[in-house]
Design a binder for this molecule. Structure first.
Ligand code: PGA
Length: 246
């Protein structure tokens, strides 16, 4: 299957900085490329959509509301995102689970809300260091994915899953390819139990993926791409990862 490389810019960037970054990425994009998505802060989505026009790059958001519309101050609906050309939405990133109290059920509801409007949710799962050391990794990621599978029902083959061990995010401490593959295989088995088309679901890895380690991670049988934070803010690094996935 075609691999997916998504850049999660988090709360970084500026109008001029984004323009420079995108210009360099678009100019350096290899032909016959894997699927490439950039997820800027929502305020920049319209600018970014314009900047990537005519290229193979798609645009995602970093979050989406579980609600369709109404009294939800500060939130953006899937319909609004879709109207602006956003085709992916990260849901349940560990930073949102940690700093915004997002529960498994809420993450599932967000995934469902996105799918309902034609936005592909990138559902993030992952254990903390404490949970890994307590031997709870598989139980944690299975619980998180189960909530999303339950919420999206028969549409499960349309989601993207991102395995992001919390201890690897922004720390420079990447999971080894074997550690990541072990968890991806567990997630694949769980998807297979839910849908006949589980092998078409992309399970991407995130957590200090960079130009140096991308190829070995992406060579694993169940690693179908990457969700890239820090390294997606540097054109050369992001392009190297894209190259490794293409
Ligand atoms: P990182 O972030 O690549 O900076 O570790 C990944 C993510 O949080 O999606």
């Amino acid at each position: 299957m075609k691999k997916l490389i998504a850049g999660n810019w988090k709360m970084n960037g500026s109008r001029s900085g984004n323009a420079d970054l995108l210009q360099a990425i678009v100019a350096g994009l290899p032909v016959g490329v894997c699927d490439v998505v950039v997820c800027p802060p929502a305020l920049y989505v319209a600018d970014v959509i314009q900047a990537v026009q005519g290229s193979a790059i798609l645009v995602g958001s970093q979050d989406v509301s579980a609600a369709e519309k109404g009294a939800f101050t500060g939130e953006l609906s899937a319909a609004m995102l879709h109207e602006h050309g956003v085709r992916f939405a990260i849901v349940g990133h560990s930073e949102r689970r940690q700093f915004h109290g997002e529960s498994d059920a809420m993450v599932g509801a967000k995934a469902q809300a996105a799918l309902a409007k034609g936005v592909t949710p990138i559902v993030c799962v992952g254990e903390t260091l404490e949970q890994r050391e307590a031997g709870q990794t598989q139980a944690v990621v299975k619980r998180q994915l189960a909530a999303a599978i339950h919420a999206v029902g028969h549409c499960v083959s349309e989601i993207v899953v991102a395995y992001e061990p919390v201890w690897a995010i922004g720390t420079g401490q990447t999971a080894t390819p074997e550690q990541a593959q072990e968890v991806h295989a567990v997630l694949r088995a769980q998807l297979r139990a839910a849908t006949e088309t589980a092998d078409a679901v992309r399970i991407v890895y995130g957590g200090s993926m960079n130009a140096a380690n991308a190829a070995s991670l992406l060579a694993q049988p169940d690693i179908d791409g990457g969700l890239i934070g820090g390294a997606s803010l540097k054109a050369a690094d992001f392009l190297s990862i894209i190259q490794a996935a293409s």
